[in-house]
Design a protein around this ligand. Structure first.
Ligand SMILES: Nc1ncnc2c1ncn2[C@@H]1O[C@H](COP(=O)(O)OP(=O)(O)OP(=O)(O)O)[C@@H](O)[C@H]1O
Ligand SMILES: [Mg+2]
Length: 185
């Protein structure tokens, strides 16, 4: 996400200038009485599509905007519920069942809710991929509990199992095919 943020921020000033120039010159042409009506319709399309491109760049930037890490009190159970909700439609339509076993009145944790949500989402997606691959009815179990001064979140699945557990923190380790795109992202 940080990399996307840097990339988009770097491109924005230039793309903004180019888009502003296209919009400006198209506007000028539209005001020119010498332009025939047929060309005018095409110019309207150029204007409309350029505006759309501007909106896309803006959306991409706000999606990946780098923000300072927050340190706030976070209710882990709520963050987990929100994360599950993001994927619930896809899970249900592929027959993947999610069970929650959350400890009531869990103390809040100090952290960044958005970053935690990204972590949980990635783990949940991995679990989903693993159960899809295994071919049997998918089941993902999520639990929370207090353990002394710590809070524990456990996410398990009945999928293929992790082949190389010692490699999972290697940032480039994957057993998935190159280019396997996530269409929800
Ligand atoms: N729940 C799981 N069951 C089985 N294997 C897993 C599970 N979670 C992770 N893995 C293994 O760890 C690898 C690395 O996971 P990671 O999330 O870092 O990347 P990825 O899922 O392959 O790609 P991406 O997350 O970018 O789509 C996976 O390719 C898979 O082999
Ligand atoms: Mg993954």
């Amino acid at each position: 996400m940080a990399t996307i943020g840097r990339l988009v921020s770097g491109c924005r000033p230039r793309s903004k200038q180019s888009l502003a120039a296209i919009l400006g010159f198209t506007d000028l042409l539209l005001e020119n009485p010498a332009i025939p009506e047929t060309a005018r319709e095409d110019l309207q399309i150029i204007l409309h599509e350029t505006q759309r491109t501007k909106d896309i760049v803006q959306d991409l930037l706000s999606f990946a905007r780098q923000r300072p890490v927050q340190r706030e009190l976070v209710q882990l159970n709520n963050v987990l519920r929100q994360t599950i909700k993001l994927r619930s439609y896809d899970f249900a339509s592929h027959g993947v069942e999610v069970t929650e076993s959350f400890e009531d009145d869990l103390a809040p944790a100090l952290g960044d809710a958005q970053q935690l949500q990204q972590v949980f989402l990635n783990i949940l997606n991995n679990a989903y991929d693993a159960v899809q691959e295994s071919g049997q009815r998918g089941h993902i179990a999520i639990s929370t509990k207090r353990d002394g001064d710590s809070l524990e979140v456990a996410i398990s699945d009945n999928g293929t199992g992790i082949t190389d557990p010692q490699r999972i923190f290697d940032p480039f380790y994957t057993t998935k095919q190159v280019g396997k795109a996530r269409d929800w992202a």
